[in-house]
Design a protein. Structure first.
Length: 434
């Protein structure tokens, strides 16, 4: 076949290879620095940025396989093919930088803990790992989203803590060999999902698995969701779950006197609000006398203010809240919006907090986390740790990645330090993971 004919036949292949490579390069650029961090465009930027920033080595692998396929089909017989390959090589170099940045999360978390807790900080656990241990952890990273944490540690499924059917159900996590003497510390997890989607099976599974492995009892809950539910039903359910845990967790090995709370996104909002409104009758209708105090809170990438008092919020969120969650506007019901904002309840009596947020978060601006932490530190008499993870996107800890692994260990150390501070005993030693 004449050279001109061969070039003509391969040009469509080269063009498609180039188009795919451009898309990949744009995706890598979006993961490095989101193309938009404000307005509705930020939502479109989230999903590809999230997956790429937490799974950069996986992205390199599948792009490399795709490139080989294109090349074997003759893509390099045209200058467009070589341009596509050059774009891919540059993209892979940037993805390696994203990976290396993610491995620095341990140092950031360690600095945050040292700043907040000083000499009280307990030793051990991640992020103080050796290089050989990190190599072992990379096997978890390769598994990524398909790790099966629940099959290892969930002992009791779908227990009812209220009368709202499956939306008032919880799971209990602990090791099979955990003594049922009511002495294990407890961590309650509140899932995210913009108050309208999500369930207890989707978020923070690596964290719950890490804590269960290290002798904790963990509780993950569902709660009523909008638009069927109307605020404050969401926080009422979280409070009811805390009350249930306090009353029942001892029979599962947990210590009702040491219950901490965590959650991400909307769960970060609900967990932080619950921590700051202990025993508040407004959020405990019908169970006003129940104890809903927690010993510490660890919100991840949470929403801390619905009123946007410091101008750091994402304006597009107001429409969704007014239409689906609160079902009234800020102008119509200012007290409802204010009372539902975590920032409104900051006080000297706030429990210890460990706030974690990503610098690249496009759904909940990191500036709001900074404002919340500044408020806490100016008011609270208890420690306030803050870790801002470079390059981390919203929901970064949903599956195993370097940031997830380091964060789980840092949360463990933070809570163990608070436990020692409160005079409680040490947890049992880590098991085998069986």
């Amino acid at each position: 076949m004449p050279r001109a004919s061969r070039a003509q036949n391969t040009d469509p292949i080269s063009s498609r290879f180039l188009a795919a490579s451009i898309i990949g390069a744009v995706n890598t650029a979006n993961a490095t620095k989101p193309l938009s961090r404000r307005g509705r465009a930020s939502v479109a930027c989230f999903f590809p940025s999230w997956l790429t920033s937490e799974l950069p080595l996986h992205v390199i692998a599948w792009q490399a396989v795709a490139s080989v396929i294109w090349i074997r089909r003759g893509a390099l017989r045209s200058p467009k093919g070589w341009l596509a390959l050059a774009l891919n090589v540059g993209s892979w170099a940037a993805l390696v930088k994203i990976w290396k940045q993610s491995t620095t999360a341990g140092d950031v978390l360690e600095s945050a803990l040292e700043e907040a807790l000083g000499e009280e900080l307990v030793e051990g656990s991640v992020p103080n790992v050796t290089s050989s241990q990190l190599t072992i952890e990379r096997r978890r990273i390769i598994a990524g989203p398909v790790a099966r944490w629940k099959t290892r540690y969930v002992s009791d499924h779908n227990l009812a803590y209220g009368d709202a059917g499956r939306r008032n159900q919880l799971d209990i996590w602990h090791r099979s060999d955990l003594p049922l003497d009511g002495k294990a510390p407890v961590l309650l997890q509140v899932h995210g999902g913009a108050w309208i989607i999500g369930n207890k099976d989707q978020q923070a599974l690596p964290l719950l698995g890490h804590m269960a492995e290290n002798g904790w009892v963990c509780v993950s809950i569902n709660y009523r969701l909008s638009p069927r539910a109307t605020w404050p039903e969401h926080i009422v359910d979280v409070k009811r779950a805390i009350a249930w845990v306090k009353a029942n967790i001892a029979q599962y090995g947990g210590d009702p006197d040491f219950v901490a709370i965590t959650g991400g996104s909307a769960g970060g909002h609900l967990s932080s609000l619950a921590a700051l409104t202990a025993n508040e009758p407004m959020f405990q209708p019908g169970f006003e006398e129940a104890d809903t105090t927690v010993v510490a809170a660890v919100p991840f990438y949470g929403v801390y203010d619905w009123t946007n008092r410091d101008g750091t919020g994402n304006a597009y969120q107001d429409e969704m809240l007014a239409r689906l969650v609160l079902k009234t506007t800020k102008a119509e019901s200012p007290d409802l919006w204010r009372d539902g904002s975590t920032m409104s309840w900051v006080s000297a009596d706030a429990p210890p907090f460990f706030v974690v947020h990503g610098s690249n978060d496009v759904l909940v601006p990191v500036e709001q986390a900074r404002s919340f932490v500044a408020m806490l530190r100016s008011e609270s008499k208890n420690p306030v740790a803050y870790a801002e993870l470079p390059g981390a996107q919203h929901a970064f800890e949903v599956f195993d990645s370097p940031r997830t692994i380091f964060s789980a260990g840092a949360v463990h150390r933070f809570l163990e330090t608070i436990r020692r501070r409160e005079g409680h005993g040490a947890t049992v030693e880590a098991g085998t993971g069986a």
